[in-house]
Ligand binder design. Sequence first.
Ligand code: SF4
Ligand code: MG
Length: 286
Amino acid sequence: MSTTPIRWQDYKSPLNPIWCPGCGHFGVLNATYQALAALGIPQHEICFISGIGCSSRIPGYTKTYGFNSIHGRALPIASGVKLANPKQTVIVATGDGDCLAIGAGHLPHTAKRNVDITVLMMDNGIYGLTKGQTSPTSPHEMKTKSAYFGNQELPENPLALALAYQATFVGRSFSANIPHLADLITKAVRHKGFSFLQILSPCVTYRGRDQFVILRDLCQPLPDTHSPDDRMSAYKYAEDPSKLWIGLFYEAQAPTLEDKLNHVMDVAQQTKGRMEKDALLKRFQI
Ligand code: SF4
Ligand code: MG
């Protein structure tokens, strides 16, 4: 067996990305290659799952297992892959539309089950693939193809949602800060449990080239005084309107879905499938 370290280039598929020149997703892809190389995970032990959207093209650009699935359904499919083959490192590539609109119903359940997968949510605050409609994270009053007089709704806060849904690893980074992003993806994949990353990733075509500069100026690393085990502090920085804090907001250790199912199987085996009388009374609160 070869002992040659895996290089980031080894994760690159023969397909060339067809994103618009300057799209933020190039940075996400590069940071992902670097994170995988740092982790040294063999290509056949990785599976990328995506939904639909510009960000969801990532499985095609990685030389690993992958499935560019259907709109909004990446999370249940990724959960199935992880349970069927727990040895796989499962990474979801999704966008603000795919994850927080049509797929929004899956996020709370996958997070609270603590499925051991990593979600890379590329957030550009617009539907890019379908040519510039308002998304769940579009800024208030921004004009889009579907909001000609300006978006009348307030944007969702993905980090606050992930915290409320009990995700055990919550972070934010910026696609143009590749070392920061690669480091955060590395930590997210290493974390045992549900990891959610909001990755600010500009859409140069429908948000304008100045989105890079606006985001760059707003991004600031979380201060050293913030401790990732402090959930309330994580909320405070996630809700701060003056800055876009980047880094690890929250991390906790908790049993994963696989741990919980293994426990249920152990109990079922010990009781031969029969619940004890006391457990039944408790279960039905008699
Ligand atoms: Fe990137 Fe926007 Fe072009 Fe899609 S439409 S590839 S998000 S720049
Ligand atoms: Mg989008």
